[in-house]
Design a protein around this ligand. Structure first.
Ligand code: FAD
Length: 657
């Protein structure tokens, strides 16, 4: 990446200090532009780190607005939320106060890839988020549209790059800041599309940010164009739920936050979701009317993993696609049809919806359903701390970096806010590595590979997913957040410390209790323990059996185990630690093996695509083929190339040399 050295001479159009910025303008350590999911986390994180922070956003009453789906979490996304929470971020706690249906996805697979998810009451989330933000110490919230950045000449002792030192609002007023975080979402030159109609807007009902987009372009930032969309909402009373599959919430509900004992609502008071499907008639309506649909005709990329119904019909013809009917809130009369994002003209949307089972009499509620196209900034222009290469102390976070989703935005927000604050204090940046968290995977993917379609998180993107689990995000990040940065409260730190020491103690106790397998079988008849006479079995090994949990184990051996079931969370985490003990040990051995052979040269003529005798997924083969790493070490650093793939490749190369 070529980093230009910018000075006033190079940037005649950007505003420099002395070009009209009032000297008496208010002064903040950190200014965050945009009160969406990235901006709220960034502003709160900077304030938690002790910086005097200003959150500037179009409207205070849209803080906490969920522009699209009324849900948080999911596979990979739930992991991000746990990590945001481990750094004392907001969204997980707010979700625990605002959900209406909590359900963990992927339960059939191991806990490392469970996806914590909940349907959220939009109004409650907004209210709770606004309450939190407006009561955060050191944080000032102000309404206003930022139109421009104020820059200072390069500091000679630094890299020669110019520095941001404030912002200019639409009314011409200015605010001085030591660091600025930009989190403007879909607003940069946003255009809303319904059918063949297009008009400038950041979101339905909101103005786009044109001035700021122009400033960024003038500064030399590389800008791309992406699109996304949202489905029409449906009147609840018009849906025939009686003929649809009902999904009930989990009992008990698993909270998102480490500091929530439980969620605000009992499982029996939560709302159900319903499942229906598209059919060939839906395909026909979409295909017959493609000429009336500007959004779908545009070549701009939309979200691959949350595509519009038009994209699904075009990419996967003749398939039935799931449509989840999700509640929008406790007292909401609206249903969100997840999977039916569409930009056909309104009358055709209704025609399409009413041919779906259960929706025959569905009434669409105006004015929702639309597509939005917007500018994003190539994320290879930012560092792992989310500071831009081009302008010192300017940070980007959220959808502006090419991501999609509230959780991805929140994860970047918390990191940008922390680093904007650290920058002011002249402290080293806070970077999460790929081995430490999904946040690290997200930021590493963005900053090294960039993206040309809206990026969303999946567990498959993480090479070390057995250790990056939702249950242990606190042990990975809370201590760093507390000690290195100061963004974590004393109360959370103490809770994480208690959990860490209880887990260590519990595991060592479980390792120390040993009986013969036949004795274990008598103690826990429910367990399918195979009787191997000669070998004693540790309690930790017994806990690995699927049907054994800490409660059963503590019933069999009350002393000293009963104290470990007093906390439900501790008991569950001990079970998860036991499940992964040997796999993680094995993984550590493999990592050591790779480290020893890091410098091993990979044959230059290796044809990864056709290579037999070595087990590699097609995705890994493609990456190796495209990047052609010189050594095993270089191959292991390619995002998405798993440790298992590396060990297979290593062993193959060693045996063939
Ligand atoms: P936003 O939440 O958009 O917040 C941006 C904030 O910045 C707003 O509050 C705005 O008022 C403020 N702002 C902008 N410009 C300025 C300025 N110049 N001055 C002051 N304030 C400013 N995600 C999915 O995962 N799946 C989907 O299907 C999906 N569909 C979507 C459909 C639509 C129509 C939209 C709009 C978004 C959709 N998303 C979807 C994306 C999801 O909403 C975003 O990824 C997430 O909200 C991004 O958070 P953010 O903080 O980056 O931006």
């Amino acid at each position: 990446w070529v980093v230009a050295s910018l000075t006033k001479k190079h940037l005649p159009l950007a505003r420099f200090i002395g070009d009209g910025a009032a000297p008496s303008a208010p002064n903040f350590d950190v200014v965050v532009i945009g009160g969406g999911h990235a901006g709220t986390e960034a502003a709160a994180a900077a304030a938690r780190c002790g910086s005097r922070t200003l959150l500037l956003t179009h409207r205070v009453d849209t803080i906490g607005q969920m522009s699209c789906n009324p849900s948080f979490g999911g596979i990979g996304k739930g992991h991000l939320m746990r990590e945001v929470d481990a750094l004392d971020g907001l969204c997980s706690r707010i979700c625990d106060q605002s959900g209406v249906h909590y359900k963990v996805l992927n339960r059939r697979k191991g806990p490392a890839v469970w996806g914590l998810r909940a349907q959220i009451d939009r109004k409650l989330y907004k209210r709770n988020m606004q309450k939190e933000i407006l009561n955060t110490p050191l944080l000032t919230v102000q309404e206003g549209a930022v139109e421009d950045l104020i820059l200072t000449e390069p500091e000679p002792e630094h890299t020669g790059k110019c520095r941001v030192s404030g912002v200019v609002l639409a009314d011409g007023s200015t605010v001085h800041a030591e660091s600025v975080v930009l989190t403007t979402g879909t607003f940069l030159r946003g255009v809303i599309v319904i059918g063949l109609e297009m008009h400038p807007a950041g979101r339905l009902g909101d103005q786009p940010s044109v001035g700021l987009a122009q400033t960024l372009e003038k500064l030399g930032f590389v800008v791309g164009r992406l699109k996304t969309g949202t489905p029409p909402r449906i009147a609840k009373e018009s849906v025939n739920f009686s003929i649809l599959n009902k999904q009930t919430p989990d009992n008990p509900s698993i909270p998102f936050s480490f500091v929530s004992e439980t969620v605000w609502i009992k499982p029996e008071d939560q709302l159900p979701c319903y499942l229906t499907h598209t059919n060939p008639r839906v395909d026909e309506i979409v295909l017959e009317n493609l000429h009336l649909n500007s959004h779908i005709k545009e070549t701009t990329r939309g979200p691959r993993y949350c595509p519009s119904i038009e994209s699904k019909v075009l990419r996967f013809p003749n398939r039935l696609h799931q449509v989840w009917l999700e509640p929008e809130g406790m007292d909401s009369e609206l249903i969100y049809p997840q999977g039916l994002s569409v930009t056909l003209p309104a009358e055709l949307q209704e025609k399409m919806i009413t041919c779906i089972k259960g929706l025959e009499k569905a009434k669409m509620i105006q004015p929702e359903r639309y597509g939005v196209q917007y500018d994003y900034l190539d994320p290879r222009q930012i560092t792992p701390s989310l500071e831009t290469h081009l302008v010192q102390r300017l940070f980007f976070a959220g959808q502006i970096n090419g991501t999609t989703g509230y959780e991805e935005a929140a994860a970047q927000g918390v990191i940008a806010g922390i680093n904007a604050s650290l920058r002011v204090k002249h402290k080293p940046p806070f970077v999460v590595s790929r081995t430490e968290g999904y946040i690290g995977v997200l930021i590493d993917d963005l900053t090294t590979l960039g993206t040309n379609e809206p990026y969303r998180m999946f567990t498959s993107r993480a090479e070390f997913r057995l250790s990056l689990r939702p249950d242990n995000a606190d042990s990975r990040l809370t201590f760093r957040g507390y000690k290195e940065v100061g963004c974590v409260s004393q109360q959370r730190y103490e809770r994480a410390s208690w959990m860490k020491s209880s887990l260590e103690e519990g595991i060592s106790v479980l390792k120390s209790i040993e009986f013969s397998s036949s004795k274990w079988k008598k103690l826990i008849p429910e367990a399918s323990i195979s009787i191997v006479k000669s070998l004693p079995l540790r309690a930790l090994d017994v806990l690995k059996y699927e049907e054994v949990d800490m409660k059963l184990l503590a019933k069999a051996v009350p002393e000293p185990l009963k104290k470990y079931v007093e906390s439900r969370e501790l008991a569950e985490r001990l079970k998860i630690e036991a499940t992964y003990e040997s796999v993680l040990f094995h993984q550590q051995q493999q990592i050591k093996e790779v480290q020893q052979d890091e410098a091993l040269q990979l044959p230059k003529d290796l044809d990864y695509l056709t290579l037999r005798d070595v087990s590699l997924s097609y995705e890994v083969r493609e990456k190796l083929h495209f990047i052609r790493p010189e050594t095993i070490g270089a191959a292991s650093r390619i995002p998405g190339v798993t440790p298992a793939a590396i060990i297979n490749l290593l062993r193959f190369v060693k045996t063939t040399q």
